[in-house]
Design a protein around this ligand. Structure first.
Ligand code: ADP
Ligand code: MG
Length: 703
């Protein structure tokens, strides 16, 4: 047997059980070793029936003496009762919910059974003691091997038709016979430094822990065994990421931009503000990267409103001035349009040709755009990832800005890089990403953070309203308008029912205009309007010809109007946290005190409550991002599948954030010493790395 042998050949498995394991994505011995229990149960202290006392938890082992069904006299509920006896006494086990046929078939007289649960006294129980809805397992005569009883036992994520006991039995065989195959790859000095136990021991301890291991730590996934496995998983992940960086730094055929900076200086001079220290620092970091022959691969982060757009524009101007084309890719068409809207006005002033590659261009127009791109006439190209997929030929692509919105994966980045000659890449996110994600999913990028807001911003106040508070909200809007402010009212965008949203927004704006604010000017923005119509409305709002802007979609409001001082979000319970924060960032951009009014309607899910709570308790985008990650969990937040990274099987980036930091530090330090892991003592580590990353390592070559 080897680590990659199919578990089908393990004693007691066979094709049928192997198929069940396959449903749990477990194919090999190694998969099984890393298939962690979802929880643990302490069956170490098996009590005798005479010992058990009411109010406490016990595990007992006995024999079924008799079973029967009863009906409670008053509520007429059915009960299934089993009388259990051991050498010391008898007791009852009772179920109110059960499948009668199934129970009759398994709870047969004379069968040995294990029960766990809280004991109660009852006059109506045999021996005066009972456990309601105990967890139970039917035992066989051979079950004396400490697989199911007499120790802390593992509870695995089950699958249909494959019960706990069966899984556990197989796992016991695999762990007992084959866990020694797990091979030690972590360098000794790292194991010592972090107090990490040997890998094979860790595997045994997380599956079938020894006596005395703290069950709470096991259940939290922070036992010594867990820590060891988690560290290794992170270490291999970070080593791969460090390797990607390493590869990138070895490429000398990128572009070393050496522009004089005339274009960006000329734009900077026209800006109505001076750049913040943070913006200047980040621009320096980008410029430094761009001037090197190695391709830049940098993540630009900053809170909503911190001024990322201008940083992006100023840096792309260095590429344009050096005679290269720059591309900006957004995850959706709407966002691409928004970038175009925000950016082309800067570029127009400098007479730089900027094109938007839209999906709805007519064939002829599209042809023209393609030609402009391939001839080099188009200097800045904005669009979705269609930019890289279609037959777009760049004249001389040198700089790429990827607006990620947590959606683009490494694959797309890699694709894009095949288009140009190792262009410099700046990845930008609309709202901050939690640090742990930045270290994993974006761990191969250098990081620039704009950690400062432009001066003079007054913090936005956030308030929560319910339907019953509506008239109070309207009164508040009136006051704000009287004080010269402007109001956004946003409806959630739910793609499947754009029609309903439109109706809701249209009805609402008619209702507001007719009944509530007849004295105010109200504009309505929705997805069905043409680009020109939308721009006209936005222009009117910007020119303060409108007091209130009602919008169906979130995105069109992603626009910069400093006089707007109130953001009302209808059905706030339906929005994601990042979106809410992004919307809130649309106000508080001028010199007015601003407000974000969250209008929530029932039903409100538990998660929605947490999101609204987070919005009320903090304005810091980085904290919001951490909250979001906690609420949604890492899997939801960003599928690692699309990130082009190996799956995390044992680690949890929230729970194990500290270990992640350590593993990263050590991985990068190790590659500094031995860039290609060519030292003999790193041979096993290198094999493990290749094994873990598989084909994904190929990406390292690309980007
Ligand atoms: P982000 O994209 O980071 O959310 P934006 O780039 O949209 O933020 O910038 C927010 C607003 O701040 C814009 O109106 C922009 O013109 C303005 N701004 C950017 N940098 C500064 C600065 N240094 N001082 C004052 N205002 C700034
Ligand atoms: Mg460069």
């Amino acid at each position: 047997m080897k680590l990659d042998s199919s578990i089908q050949y393990v004693k007691g498995v066979g094709p049928k059980r192997a198929a069940m394991f396959a449903r749990l994505k477990i194919y090999t011995i190694e998969d099984a070793c890393l298939f962690l229990p979802r929880s643990y149960e302490d069956r170490g202290n098996v009590a005798t029936i005479s010992q058990i006392k009411a109010g406490e938890n016990y595990t007992i082992i006995g024999e079924i003496m008799q079973t029967g069904m009863l009906t409670t006299p008053r509520q007429r509920r059915r009960i299934f009762e089993a009388v259990i006896g051991d050498d010391s006494g008898i007791m009852s086990a009772k179920w109110f919910q059960f499948n009668a046929n199934y129970f009759k078939s398994i709870f047969k007289k004379g069968v040995r059974i294990m029960l766990s649960g809280t004991v109660e006294h009852s006059r109506f129980a045999f021996g005066g003691k009972q456990i309601i809805h105990p967890t139970y397992e039917i035992l066989n005569s051979g079950d004396k091997d400490l697989t199911h009883i007499g120790r802390i036992i593992p509870i695995y994520p089950a699958t249909e038709g494959f019960n706990q006991k069966a899984i556990r039995s197989v796992m016991k065989v695999i762990i007992d016979l084959h866990s020694h195959l797990m091979c030690e790859v972590l360098p000794l000095h790292i194991r010592q430094k972090y107090n990490l136990i040997p890998i094979d021991k860790a595997v045994r301890q997380v599956h079938f822990p020894d006596k005395g291991v703290d069950i709470q730590q096991l259940n939290k996934g922070i036992s010594a065994g867990h820590r060891r496995l988690v560290f290794e998983e992170f270490f291999l992940l970070e080593l791969g990421l460090a390797g990607r960086r390493q590869k990138l730094s070895e490429i000398k055929s990128g572009i070393a931009f050496k522009p004089k900076g005339a274009l960006s200086q000329s734009l900077a001079k026209r800006l109505p503000f001076t750049l913040t220290t943070a913006q200047i620092r980040v621009l320096d970091e980008i410029k430094e990267d761009m001037s090197k022959p190695q391709p830049m691969h940098r993540l630009l982060q900053g809170d909503v409103g911190s001024g990322k757009t201008i940083v992006a524009v100023l840096s792309l101007l260095w590429a344009v001035e050096a005679g290269y084309q720059a591309a900006i890719m957004a995850p959706t068409e709407i966002l691409a349009k928004q970038h175009y809207f925000n950016i082309h006005k800067f570029l127009d002033e400098l007479s730089i040709e900027c094109v938007l590659l839209k999906a709805d261009l007519k064939t002829k127009e599209k042809q023209n755009v393609y030609e402009a791109i391939s001839s080099g006439q188009a200097q800045v190209i904005i669009g979705t990832h269609a930019i890289i997929q279609k037959k777009v030929n760049f004249h001389k692509l040198g700089f790429i800005i990827i607006d990620e919105q947590h959606r683009f994966g490494v694959m797309q980045r890699a694709n894009l890089m095949r288009k140009g000659v190792y262009p410099d890449v700046l990845v930008m996110t609309a709202t901050p990403i939690p640090r742990s994600l930045a270290l994993t999913v974006y761990g191969d990028l250098s990081l620039s953070v704009i950690d400062q807001m432009p001066p003079g911003r007054i913090p936005v106040d956030t308030k929560l309203y319910y339907e019953r508070d509506r008239s109070r909200l309207y009164k508040f809007i009136n006051q704000q308008v009287s004080a010269g402010g402007q109001i956004y009212i946003v409806y959630p965008l739910i793609e499947e029912s754009e029609k309903m949203n439109l109706k809701a927004a249209t009805d609402m704006s008619n209702h507001l205009a007719g009944d509530i604010f007849p004295h105010l000017k109200i504009g309505l923005l929705h997805g069905r309007l043409s680009g020109a119509e939308k721009e006209a409305i936005m222009r009117d709002f910007k020119a303060h010809k409108l007091n209130i802007l009602v919008s169906t979609t979130v995105i069109e409001v992603g626009i910069d109007i400093p006089n707007a001082s109130v953001m009302v979000i209808e059905h706030a319970e339906r929005f994601g946290l990042a979106q809410l924060h992004q919307l809130r960032g649309r106000v508080g951009r001028g010199d007015k005190k601003s407000y974000c009014c969250l209008m929530a309607a029932y039903p409100i899910t538990e998660e929605a409550k947490q999101r609204l709570g987070a919005m009320l308790s903090t304005r810091d985008g980085f904290m919001i991002a951490e909250e979001d990650l906690k609420i949604r969990g890492p899997g939801e937040f960003l599928g690692t599948r699309q990130s082009g990274l190996p799956d995390l099987r044992v680690a949890n980036i929230i729970r194990d954030a500290k270990l992640l930091e350590s593993a990263r530090t050590e991985a990068f330090a190790l590659l500094k010493q031995d860039a290609h892991l060519s030292k003999p003592e790193h041979k096993l580590l290198k094999d493990a790395l290749i094994h873990k990353w598989k084909d994904k390592l190929e990406l390292i070559q690309v980007g």
